[in-house]
Design a binder for this molecule. Structure first.
Ligand code: SF4
Length: 357
């Protein structure tokens, strides 16, 4: 089956979230007004969303407002921060107690939840009953880098649905297989991806890359495969996607992209790590999604031992119709060497850089 992935660009997080929900027609998919709806943001640690680690609360708030408007009232926000971090502190400092009080939703720290012992693919784990008992599950991950798994997004965000003991066990088992196994028993009904400014390479944030993109899909595994290509990776490079294929979570990955808007211009002051990579670029009215792809491609290319070209890489709408030696995106189609796309994807830019060696 071909999975529909809706993509929207911009800076107005509320209206972007609303557009994704309307396109998905989410309200009509929930069978009963009493359905137990569970929303899972990423609150891995106490870090402001602008740092690239945690879900923007505006997305969660818009989802709640939308559900309430459509007459749903049995709504729970559930999350368990990583081992060593207090979920309750994250709830407090990141505004989740306000959401609870303002909208009358339930807030569950999964570290303190009841767990059911399950053993998907022969891997023992304790999974939060709140998620296992949900009638409709909305997963709201951040698309960002990860120092061990390279990428963290929809599938890996499910790690917040297990006990701290199981989180430790996952690490002992090398993460990939247990992450994939968890996706055989937890199936979010809707994934809304927060790709506003996910971190370059750490799940705890600190080096956000302004991307200004959100996505929505009903199949988190397929969304992760597509997102991996946005981050510069193919299925074989992401261990938990390799394992997911072995477990039969997909055989062929097919999707159609429904673009709800066009990319918007890059504007944010970069972090130090991103600034270093920017020295290899010459941007002129570059859109943030395209620019983020270039920054991620440069990072991977340098890490694999590549030397960035001496000529700066042109990117942005200011290059339309102009000749340049190297350029990224359809705006730079007149470049001698070009990575196509609007926005260009990290894997396409990486191919271009590797071809220059
Ligand atoms: S190709 Fe041009 S218009 Fe398209 S995303 Fe890139 S910079 Fe923006």
């Amino acid at each position: 089956m071909i999975e529909r992935i809706s993509v929207i660009y911009g800076k107005d997080i509320e209206s972007m979230t609303k557009a994704l929900l309307d396109t998905d027609n989410t309200a009509s998919r929930i069978e009963s007004k009493d359905a137990a709806i569970v929303i899972k943001p990423n609150l891995v640690t106490l870090s402001d969303p602008s740092e690239g680690a945690t879900t923007h609360i505006e997305i969660v708030e818009t989802v709640i407002g939308y559900l309430k408007e459509h007459g749903f009232s049995n709504i729970t926000i559930a999350e368990g921060s990583w081992v060593g971090a207090s979920t309750e502190k994250c709830f407090e400092k990141l505004g989740y107690y306000r959401l609870r009080d303002q909208y009358g939703v339930r807030l569950v720290d999964t570290k303190k939840d009841k767990f059911r012992k399950v053993e998907p693919e022969g891997i023992a784990m304790e999974v939060s009953e709140t998620f296992l008992n949900a009638d409709f599950f909305v997963n709201i991950p951040v698309l960002k880098g990860h120092c061990q798994t390279l990428m963290t997004h929809a599938m890996k965000n499910l790690k917040g649905c297990i006990s701290d003991k199981s989180k430790r066990d996952f690490h002992k088992l090398g993460l990939d297989k247990p992450i994939a196994a968890l996706s055989t028993i937890l199936h979010p009904d809707l994934v809304i991806s927060d790709g506003i400014c996910g971190d370059l390479d750490f799940e705890e944030g600190g080096n956000p890359v302004e991307t200004d993109r959100m996505m929505a899909a009903r199949n988190g595994v397929i969304l992760d495969i597509y997102s991996a290509s946005l981050m510069g990776y193919d299925i074989e490079e992401i261990g938990y996607l390799r394992e997911a294929r072995k477990m039969g979570l997909f055989d062929s990955a097919e999707w159609e992209i429904k673009e709800l808007s066009k990319p918007v211009t890059h504007s944010k002051v970069p972090s130090r790590a991103v600034k270093r990579l920017e020295t290899y670029t010459a941007a002129d009215e570059a859109c943030s999604a395209c620019y983020a792809s270039l920054i991620r491609a440069l990072k991977i290319f340098i890490e694999e031992g590549g030397n960035p070209p001496r000529t700066k890489i042109a990117i942005g709408q200011g290059y339309r119709g102009k000749h340049t030696p190297i350029g990224v995106g359809s705006c730079c189609s007149k470049a001698d060497v070009n990575a196509p796309g609007c926005p260009a994807r990290t894997n396409e830019i990486l191919s271009m850089l590797r071809g220059l060696r």
